[in-house]
Ligand binder design. Structure first.
Ligand code: PLP
Length: 384
């Protein structure tokens, strides 16, 4: 058994990152400023989108998207239930109703077919998720949305560096990325709102800082004039330069990080091929470049006779950390009690929600670490 605990995720922070943070702290300018502007510029260049707005989280971006798109009471927003709770929470806080679409059983991707079944005259927005670092099938989803005159906001929290049909996710759409500590790049906490819609960018730029007007001078200087007026009540969701400087370094390393994640994921796939009790996710049938945010397996609860939670506990006792991405949102206490969602509504989501488990995957891991995880899985299975 491993002597030390292997966490399921760990940020890759170098001494150079620590030194850059020190520099910002010593500079006299620690909140939103030149580092944030640089990070936004670099991010737009990397993604290929018109504009990027650095935020305190991806959730903040979702919140402001609801405001900017005037989504409220009487409106419905379609999203998978197999996602992080923040999406459903933001829809609900806006006064709208989340409508949960089922996902593909083996990719966990929401599909145009499952979304179409959820469309009503009240549908205003679709929020697909690029799951685990693979890409959702945006061609069919975008076409469906266009046909019905509905907006699309891509949840790209897992997808910095993901390609869909040869193109960076987020390039020509409106997308939200997350830099939470476990994501492919991190700023401790943080997010990016990316779009190629100039009006929407302008609106979100205003909403992220109290709804104060931004003029061209402000855009250049990254600071609002003290005389700026409230155009509409806004939020306080700006990123600090302390975070942004970490983001600049992380973004410069993301292709290396993702290449390392890919090597580790390939090793998992190879070693798990003949372990029939755990089933990795499949790749979608269209062309993607995977960012390998997560390596998810489904525990065959019938074959093993143990629950996923028991499986996770047993791995923990062998010094292997795991994660759960995600417990279906429509089965969360609030949504069952208040929205009346229940088991039986989304068969593929529920099947996976009961069986999924994320294995350790981060760039600082070695191939030997992967071997340790798979050996621990084999031991757990042999001990049942
Ligand atoms: C992490 C995550 C978010 C939220 O990101 P924050 O930056 O923590 O707000 C949203 N959606 C998905 C799918 C995520 O994994």
């Amino acid at each position: 058994m491993r002597k030390d605990f292997l966490p399921f995720s760990k940020p890759s922070i170098t001494e150079a990152d620590i030194a850059s943070v020190g520099e910002v702290l010593r500079s006299g300018w620690i909140t939103t400023g030149p580092k944030t502007a640089q990070f936004e510029k670099n991010f737009s260049e990397y993604i290929g989108c018109k504009g990027s707005i650095a935020l305190s989280s991806a959730t903040a971006g979702m919140h402001m998207a609801m405001s900017a798109l005037k989504i409220g009471p009487g409106d419905e927003v379609i999203t998978p239930s197999m996602t992080w709770v923040s999406t459903a929470n933001m829809i609900t806080l806006a006064g709208a109703t989340p409508v949960f679409a089922d996902v593909d059983k083996d990719t966990l991707m929401v599909t145009a077919e499952s979304i179409e079944k959820c469309i009503t005259p009240k549908t205003r927005l679709i929020i697909p998720v690029h799951y685990a670092g693979a890409a959702a099938d945006m061609d069919s989803i975008t076409e469906l949305a266009k046909k019905h005159g509905i907006g699309v906001l891509e949840d790209s929290a897992h997808a910095v560096g993901t390609h869909y049909k040869g193109q960076q996710v987020g390039k020509e759409s409106t997308s939200i990325f997350s830099f939470h500590a476990i994501k492919n790049i991190t700023t401790a906490e943080g997010g990016m709102f990316c779009s190629s819609d100039e009006d929407l960018l302008e609106h979100v730029r205003r909403l992220k800082f109290h709804g104060l007007g931004v003029d061209s001078f402000d855009r250049k200087m990254q600071g609002r004039a003290p005389q700026a007026q409230v155009i509409e009540p806004g939020y306080k969701y700006n990123m600090t330069d302390i975070s942004a400087v970490i983001g600049i370094n992380q973004l410069a390393a993301v292709d290396d990080f993702n290449a390392r994640r890919t090597e580790l994921a390939m090793r998992y796939r190879q070693l798990l091929e003949n372990v029939e009790e755990v089933l990795p996710l499949s790749d979608p049938g269209y062309s993607i470049k995977h960012a390998w945010h997560l390596f998810i397996v489904r525990v065959d609860t019938e074959k093993t006779g143990i629950t996923r939670n028991d499986f996770m506990d047993r791995l923990k006792k062998k010094n292997i950390g795991t994660g759960l991405h995600f417990y279906a949102v429509h089965l969360q206490k609030y949504y069952t009690e208040v929205m009346g969602t229940r088991r039986g509504m989304l068969p593929n989501t529920e099947w996976n929600s009961d069986r999924i488990c994320s294995l350790p995957l981060f760039p600082g891991m070695t191939i030997d670490d992967v071997d340790d995880v798979v050996n621990a899985i084999k031991e757990v299975i042999s001990e049942i």
